[in-house]
Ligand binder design. Structure first.
Ligand code: GTP
Ligand code: SPV
Ligand code: MN
Length: 588
């Protein structure tokens, strides 16, 4: 399959370590995929769904102890502990290699080793990077074949180059006590053992495209971010692109695929999806910041996805999709999850594989972090620039999280460095996307807390450096919060498609077409400048969720100060000054 010496040498090592019975290269052909699907169905790893209603779609269930990313078992194995920083778990690389190789040794006995050559980004794009993942899981092969560009064309593009990322995945015994997701940024190496869940095992995604790539980006003046990318087309046909970072399960896929409210659609506004989870960005020839989506599919949260909230995501799942940990409707071999519709199937199997009656059961049928893996090409609003090798120019960067209180619907930072500060102080309620407590507010800078592959303070410094590199061509930076609650716990902002009303203000600000009020935290819209036409919402409620409460923000500033202490002397001076400036403006 290749003459690349570095690849062949590593594969020899892998064979010797893992002892597979057989080695199969993934060539990217339809025939091979079909064969693997059939094999997975024969062993029960996949369940074939109704091929008339859901052609080429399959269901998979993970082990019940293996349903989300495991942040407490995820490690950055840099040579110096200091380089992993206070927000990452660290292991000494030599000890980690030994431990992981001991766990994985012989684990492919009686099995096949699949070799997946994959490209993050369009094959051959100057912004793309190549990886090889070995795995013993057909589920991983099939998911990687949707989420990335795989096969022989990748091998040919790599040629003799040694510039590629190693990825070893072994399911071993799915033992949660021996589950480790380890990254060796100085060696371009990722090792994942004892898991079969998406974010832990699709090594191109969070492990490579964020943890390893963030480190590559720092050293080479580019950025790897947990961001969606979307294009907003106005009635004149001009398209402006924005990138937005929200923590896991906080609305990236939904915003990336949003359908503008009717009034806007009638005028000719459209939204185009470039990416829903990850953005790689660097300065382009004209000095602006350009972004590509390194992925080729969507690994989206199923619960809550429906015809009203996200019809484009739902449409994307109608063909060639793998569903993980959702409900199987036994009557017609289709799938269901909470929030799909109000008709849960009575004759069904829940995510654990048990009989389940959705009409009567008080238990959830789908896991809260159940997912679909859908090809990007299925998405009705996929951007014509999706496969662009140069990427799209970014006008605005948007940060956001789940905050019941304090953070207003939207505000603009004062400038780039103030925007870096805004990103660095992001906080959000935790979700089911990672194991652990749900609904606890935690600091999650730039939505990268679980994904930054090096010291977070150096990451902040890199952001500041990127501002210097981009100068006055840098995108404007904003913060949004769709999740403000009233006293009874209802959302105050309708969200979803109506978020377009906020995007409109953001684009207008970028073009100098909208006014704003200066507050202690940044620029907030005049309520009149957010279009409420067609919405059952009064302007007083809007004013409430735009209001910046200095008392609450003073408390927030204390929390930020506490959080910043973690970084000690490494925290960039600029961010210390930003915090001091905020405190001063708040107490005026
Ligand atoms: P990851 O794939 O984990 O990175 O998640 P994500 O950021 O892509 O989140 P996603 O768009 O899948 O949304 C997660 C949950 O948030 C779903 O249950 C959505 O229904 C809900 N959600 C998304 N957008 C909004 C919104 O504007 N308002 C409200 N109230 N909920 C939203
Ligand atoms: C996330 O948790 O942010 C995801 C899903 O996008 S996973 O691939 O599991 O990381
Ligand atoms: Mn994500």
């Amino acid at each position: 399959m290749t003459n690349n010496k570095s690849v062949l040498a590593w594969l020899d090592e892998m064979k010797e370590l893992l002892c597979p019975d057989e080695v199969i290269w993934i060539d990217g052909s339809k025939e091979q995929i079909e064969k693997l699907r059939a094999e997975a169905c024969s062993t029960g790893e996949l369940i074939k769904l109704n091929q008339d209603l859901l052609p080429e779609c399959y269901l998979h269930r993970t082990a019940v102890n293996d349903v989300a990313r495991v942040e407490d078992r995820t490690f950055i194995c840099s040579r110096k502990e200091e380089d992993a920083g206070p927000t990452n778990n660290w292991k000494d690389p030599q000890e980690a290699y030994k431990m992981l190789f001991d766990i994985a040794r012989g684990s492919y006995k009686g099995k096949t080793m699949y070799v997946i050559p994959y490209s993050m980004g369009p094959v051959g794009s100057p912004l793309a990077e190549i990886g090889f993942e070995v795995t013993d899981s057909i589920y991983v092969v099939l998911n990687m074949s949707i989420m990335t560009r795989v096969g022989q064309k990748v091998v040919e593009t790599l040629g003799d180059s040694e510039d590629w990322i190693k990825g070893l995945h072994s399911r071993c015994d799915i033992d949660p006590e021996k589950r480790y997701i380890c990254h060796f940024p100085e060696d371009n190496y990722i090792i994942s053992v004892n898991s079969g869940y998406g974010g832990n095992v699709l090594l191109g995604k969070k492990c490579f495209a964020l943890r390893i790539a963030s480190y590559l980006g720092k050293n080479n003046q580019w950025m790897a971010e947990h961001m969606l990318i979307l294009g907003i087309e106005n009635p004149q046909g001009e398209i402006k692109y924005v990138a937005a970072a929200f923590p896991s399960a906080c609305g990236k896929t939904n915003l990336a695929m949003l359908i503008p409210p009717e009034g806007y659609r009638n005028k000719g506004y459209k939204v185009w999806t470039v990416g829903d989870d990850i953005a790689w960005m660097r300065k382009g020839p004209d000095g602006r910041l350009y972004a590509i989506n390194p992925e080729n599919g969507f690994f989206g949260v199923a619960p809550g996805t429906n015809e009203k909230s996200n019809p484009n995501a739902l449409a994307s799942t109608k063909k060639g999709t793998i569903f993980t940990n959702v409900v199987l409707n036994k009557d017609n071999d289709t799938v269901w999850w909470e929030g799909l519709d109000k008709n849960p199937p009575a004759n069904a199997i829940n995510w654990k594989g048990e009989p389940w009656n959705g009409q009567e059961s008080s238990e959830k049928g789908a896991h809260p972090n159940s997912r679909f893996t859908a090809p990007a090409e299925n998405c009705p609003c996929i951007s014509p620039e999706f496969n662009s090798t140069t990427g799209v120019p970014i006008s605005a960067i948007i940060f956001g999280g789940r905050r019941a209180q304090t953070t207003p619907l939207v505000y603009q930072s004062r400038d780039w460095n103030n925007g870096v500060f805004v990103g660095s102080i992001m906080a959000s309620e935790t979700t089911a996307a990672a194991t652990g407590a749900v609904g606890v507010v935690r600091r999650d800078p730039m939505a990268m807390l679980p994904f930054c592959g090096y010291h977070m303070a150096d990451y902040f410094a890199h952001w500041i450096e990127m501002g210097e590199i981009l100068g006055d061509k840098a995108p404007k930076i904003f913060n949004v919060n769709w999740f403000r609650l009233d006293e009874e716990g209802h959302f105050l902002w309708p969200g979803f498609g109506d978020n377009f009303r906020v995007l409109e203000w953001i684009i207008n600000r970028c073009e100098g077409k909208a006014d704003a009020q200066e507050t202690a935290i940044g620029y907030v819209p005049n309520a009149e400048d957010i279009n409420l036409e067609g919405l059952d919402m009064d302007i007083e409620t809007l004013k409430d969720i735009l209001y910046v409460d200095n008392e609450k923000w003073l408390k927030e500033a204390e929390g930020i100060e506490e959080f910043y202490k973690k970084f000690g002397d490494k925290l960039p001076e600029e961010l210390k000054n930003q915090l001091a400036g905020l405190k001063e403006r708040l107490s005026k």
